[in-house]
Write a new protein. Structure first.
Length: 560
């Protein structure tokens, strides 16, 4: 089977009928851990450039790169000190421009992260705000307030940081400032016109350097209730809550959409199909769909898919609800299994399915022993499910190598601010951020050059040797070859991309859907073998198929 590749996947001009981002496979590059070009133990732009042939042969349409801007790295780049500079750890603006040009030559688009909710405390605006003092216009670009209580010693309200502890820090001059994340990440005041003007200018800066879009960090957090009211008492997490929108003083406020309508206009000023993907957490799928209305952002991460348990009913309901809520606004779905904030999915799937959905890895509580063989089998099936669904998909670096979470990093190497902020009650997100194994039998597994001056910034476990790209290349049973073949088929098969799906009748525990023309995906989440439906050929399967029976935790793509 070798139909011509679909035009919108190969045409970099963006002039094809369907914009590329409606069905793109976007590979997430967590830059510090992808590839280290200069041997300092930290990934960088030179490293990404050296691995473009790998990404091309994997078959992805674009890369999303986690923040590469100048940063003191209190939250590994999500604390930006200068949005128009690249951090020296990663390279220079000239390196970034070269990467963009070379990626485009490889037919790969580039989407950096933009961090508009907060800056670094080392950003020139925040330093000016500190220097100018209480009541100054410089402080109005952030959220400064006097404290409560007779001597202002109590925080202005009861908001909490996502990383643990209060969301307010007090300065020696008595003012408090808001940080929904670490104290080194002061929240911007999006009611200030300078903030709007600055970010629109930053978008233009990078769009004019050729980037194809942006991933918007904490898109749902930008606008705060002007009166900063206290949070309502937390609902009991042990009690299953109905899925309904609850008015919140700093998450997902309606006014946030005005910002993104303006950003859309900025993107539309540039040639080609530039696109945004929002990291937005919303109470309901309808609220999420509001971010991707026609005049707003293009796409948003669908975290419901990532949070779904390995359960046919749960997954089907997430798929149906996502497609049904996006259809009226005309936006494509996105599907994602892992990212740099959550426990890698072979590990999640290798434990007894948690009975409740969990949000990010700070709320992941391992339940029971880990069966990584099972988790990996499910991860293979999940990849075929994800890549057969209508819309776009995200692949987190290392997922194509079948990397599990590294759950036994020594305490002494942990770096995520969540660990400190939680008073060491949480380990944080380092376990999904361990540098990628490329080749060889021992650390740094090709992550750094042979003459590296420093070890990888997080230690790679000995079992990384089994997961290198080198070792998996050419091995038909490997995760890497499964992803390569799936991405190739997805690129070539006329049924895969942005078109509807029809469910076929199957027993409980099995998901089967048809995509026209001539394609069926079957996923067996039950505990018994399942006979394949009538088909012309098995295009791809996540494991060996005997006697036309799909084993438990297996998936297959069929030509029908
Ligand atoms: C990013 C995190 C980051 C946080 C603060 C998140 O949503 O994905 O990695 O720590 O935003 O910027």
């Amino acid at each position: 089977m070798s139909p011509t590749p679909k035009e919108h996947r190969t045409d970099m001009s963006g002039t094809a009928a369907a914009p590329w981002w409606r069905s793109a496979v976007i590979y997430q590059v967590y830059i510090r851990s992808f590839a280290d070009g200069n041997g300092d133990g930290v990934g960088d732009i030179a490293g990404i450039r050296s691995r473009l042939p790998y990404l091309k042969s994997l078959g992805v349409d674009a890369i999303w790169i986690n923040p590469w801007y100048k940063s003191p790295m209190a939250d590994h780049g999500y604390d930006v000190a200068d949005y128009r500079e690249i951090d020296p750890l990663f390279g220079t603006v000239a390196d970034a421009e070269q990467l963009i040009a070379e990626a485009h030559e490889h037919g790969i688009r580039v989407i950096p992260d933009i961090v508009p909710n907060h800056t670094s405390d080392q950003h020139v605006w925040f330093r000016a705000a500190l220097a100018a003092g209480s009541g100054s216009p410089e402080r109005e670009r952030y959220v400064f307030r006097p404290g409560r209580g007779p001597d202002g010693a109590q925080p202005p309200n009861n908001w909490v940081s996502r990383f643990g502890g209060p969301a307010w820090t007090r300065l020696p001059d008595g003012d408090w400032y808001l940080h929904l994340f670490a104290p080194e990440q002061p929240d911007l005041n999006w009611q200030h016109p300078d903030v709007h003007a600055e970010f629109e200018s930053v978008l233009r800066f990078w769009f004019s350097r050729g980037v194809d879009g942006f991933r918007i960090d904490v898109a749902h957090g930008l606008v705060k209730h002007p009166e900063l009211p206290d949070l309502a008492p937390l609902r009991d997490p042990a009690v299953e809550q109905p899925r309904e929108h609850v008015d919140h003083p700093h998450w997902d406020r309606d006014e946030v959409h005005d910002i993104f309508r303006a950003w859309r206009k900025v993107a539309d000023e540039f040639e080609g199909d530039r696109c945004f993907v929002a990291e937005a957490w919303a109470d309901t799928p309808e609220r999420l769909a509001a971010y991707v209305r026609e005049d707003a952002l293009h796409t948003a991460f669908n975290f419901d898919f990532l949070m779904a348990t390995w359960d046919a009913e749960d997954l089907r309901s997430v798929i149906d609800t996502s497609l049904a809520t996006l259809a009226p606004v005309g936006a494509p779905a996105t599907w994602v299994l892992s990212n740099h904030d959550v426990v890698r999915h072979p590990t999640r799937y290798g434990r007894k399915s948690p009975t409740r959905r969990w949000v990010a890895n700070e709320s992941y509580r391992p339940e029971g022993p880990l069966d990584l063989t099972l988790g990996t089998r499910r991860a293979r099936a999940a990849a075929l499910l994800m890549l057969a669904l209508p819309g776009g998909a995200y692949v987190y670096q290392g997922e194509e190598l079948g990397l599990p979470e590294v759950e036994d990093l020594p305490e002494s190497v942990l770096q995520d601010p969540i660990r400190e902020r939680s008073g060491h009650t949480e380990r944080g997100r380092d376990g999904c951020r361990v540098p990628i194994p490329w080749s060889g039998r021992s650390a740094p597994y090709g992550f750094s050059p042979d003459d590296a001056t420093a070890p990888p910034w997080l230690p790679q476990p000995p079992h990384w040797a089994e997961h290198t790209a080198e070792r998996q290349t050419g091995d038909d049973t490997s995760m890497l070859e499964l992803y390569r073949t799936a991405l190739l088929l997805r690129r070539e098969h006329p049924a895969l991309g942005d078109s509807p799906l029809t469910w076929l009748d199957t027993p409980a525990g099995v998901l089967t859907f048809h995509r026209a023309p001539g394609f069926v995906c079957v996923v067996n989440l039950s505990t018994a073998p399942h006979p394949l439906p009538d088909h012309l050929a098995v295009l791809l399967s996540s494991g060996p198929i005997k006697d036309d029976l799909l084993a438990p935790d297996q998936a297959a793509w069929l030509a029908v």
